[in-house]
Design a protein around this ligand. Structure first.
Ligand SMILES: Cc1ncc(COP(=O)(O)O)c(C=O)c1O
Length: 493
């Protein structure tokens, strides 16, 4: 069975793809010991298992273990296995002083005020794969070989143009394929000309905020909201006004003092809480945008994954010519490192924002886009989503069962909808979800603290737990590690 240690080491190996295999594995284990990811006395996988999991030869693993044994990082106990040593060679430990010296060096660099603010709120995790990491699809389940085959086919007779910068808006084939897909799957109303291919939602938000907001302009964002979007907006000088979310979604104020230039919402599946925006709220937001001349930015990041009931149609398609900028991504349906997403622009903005996009980002990858268009056209994209929907539904059910079995039903947030790639485990207000998440992270369980998603000083406490990228049979072991970091009294009863 695949272990957390194997996952950790695989991640470390992926972080340094260059160099000889045994050297990379040696570094991966040594650094994990030194930074505490593998704490003293933790057990290393048997060499045969590790070799199988990492697809290395057993000899490579044995050579590395021997070297680490000789240097005192690990010890071998006959009959019971290989363990991290109780104390590791002192001279090599990252001491508190060296850490603070490094920090001091970074501080000495003079950053812009925006840069300082960005780093002060930075939340991106250095680990992007592992137990319960929220929002990650199972990239191993994607039919990579099939997409490669299609890619080879479309690359056989490429046109010179396809190696150049992207024409304004991206590949026409992909725009056409997306228009057809979005009309059926998401009830989005548009022509292919309204679609702009981006490098993901982050880039779409960057473009939209730079082009539509002057520094100091106000944008409404959900409270709580995805920190990534917050960072992009703050970096562009946009003044953020957090608007509370209840079970019906964003609840706009009755009186509007400063009209919002942009309104950021996740109506189909509120991020991170999980609720769906009611029809009444959708209509209210559309009315506000119409009255104030602002734009709603709809972030439809994971709405393909709804495990019961009917799909929730996009806000964009609710009325003709809605003042909505619709953003979507392949990060959840395919894989995040692909860096491909799309924006459906209102007619009035389409040409202008496409021109600005070409000026700012000089994007390309037209062959990748053509292959993806073909992949969608031939029905493989929807087939993959259908298969993942069934798989993720089972995984979600397994995690729900574990939470209720060990912590009681009340530990499941009432906001959780039967959808998405993560759910929220609820904690009482006085508990420190940040400390719990940090502790769990150190043990290789990558949950995220709910309170970090709030701007205001009344955050709800909880943990975001991803379930999509974890096999059902692996969940219980990792869940028990998490349980060791929270006590029963942390849970709402
Ligand atoms: C709500 C939400 N929007 C957008 C994104 C990022 O999308 P992309 O990878 O396309 O930039 C994420 C990533 O997790 C997200 O959670």
């Amino acid at each position: 069975m695949r272990s957390l240690v194997c996952d950790l080491l695989q991640l470390r190996l992926d972080e340094q793809p260059e160099g000889k295999l045994h050297k990379r594995l040696y570094n991966a284990i040594r650094l994990s010991i030194l930074d505490g990811s593998l704490p003293p006395q933790s057990r290393l996988p048997p060499s045969r298992d590790l070799a199988t999991q990492l697809r290395h030869s057993r000899n490579t693993v044995l050579t590395v273990y021997e070297q680490l044994l000789a240097e005192g990082y690990i010890v071998s106990r006959s009959g019971s296995g290989t363990f991290v040593a109780r104390t590791v060679p002192d001279s090599l430990l990252f001491t508190a002083e060296t850490a603070s010296e490094t920090r001091h060096d970074v501080r000495a660099i003079s950053l812009s005020h925006r840069g300082e603010a960005l780093l002060a709120h930075s939340s991106a995790s250095p680990r992007q794969w592992g137990a319960f990491l929220p929002g990650v699809p199972d990239v191993g389940e994607f039919p990579h070989a099939l997409l490669r085959k299609i890619h080879n086919r479309v690359s056989r007779k490429p046109q010179a143009m396809q190696f150049s910068y992207s024409p304004f808006g991206g590949s026409c084939d992909l725009q056409q394929a997306l228009m057809e897909y979005l009309r059926v799957a998401r009830s989005v109303r548009c022509t292919p000309e309204q679609i702009l291919i981006t490098e993901g939602i982050h880039q779409a938000i960057d473009l939209v905020s730079r082009m539509l907001c002057n520094p100091g302009d106000t944008a409404w964002i959900e409270e709580p909201a995805y920190w990534g979007i917050r960072n992009v907006l703050q970096m562009n000088g946009v003044a953020l006004q957090p608007i509370d979310v209840d079970l019906s979604g964003m609840d706009p104020p009755e009186e509007i003092h400063t009209p919002p230039r942009l309104i950021f919402v996740t109506p189909s599946h509120q991020y991170p809480l999980g609720c769906v925006m009611s029809m009444e709220r959708r209509r209210r937001l559309l009315a506000i945008a119409r009255q104030t001349g602002g734009w709603i930015v709809e972030d439809d990041y994971d709405s393909e994954f709804r495990f019961s009931g009917q799909p929730i149609p996009a806000l964009q398609g609710l009325i003709d010519d809605a003042p909505v900028i619709y953003t979507g991504t392949f990060s959840k349906t395919m894989w995040p490192g692909l860096r491909l997403g799309y924006v459906v622009l209102p007619q009035a903005l389409a040409q202008t924002l496409k021109t600005a996009h070409a000026e700012l980002y000089r994007s390309g990858r037209l062959l990748d886009q053509a292959a993806l268009a073909q992949f969608i056209r031939e029905g493989h994209y929807t087939a993959h989503i259908r298969r993942m929907r069934l798989l993720y539904a089972r995984r979600r059910q397994r995690l729900t069962t574990l939470i209720t079995q060990y912590l009681g039903k009340a530990a499941l947030s009432e906001f959780n909808d039967n959808a998405g790639l993560h759910l929220v485990l609820k904690l009482e207000d006085h508990h420190d979800d940040i400390a719990i998440a940090r502790n769990a992270n150190e043990k290789g369980v990558l949950v995220r603290p709910l309170s970090r998603y709030y701007m205001g000083d009344k955050p709800q406490r909880g943990l975001l737990m991803g379930f999509a990228a974890m096999k059902e049979e692996e969940m219980e072991a990792a869940f028990k590690v998490l349980l060791g970091c929270i006590t029963k009294k942390d849970i709402n009863k």
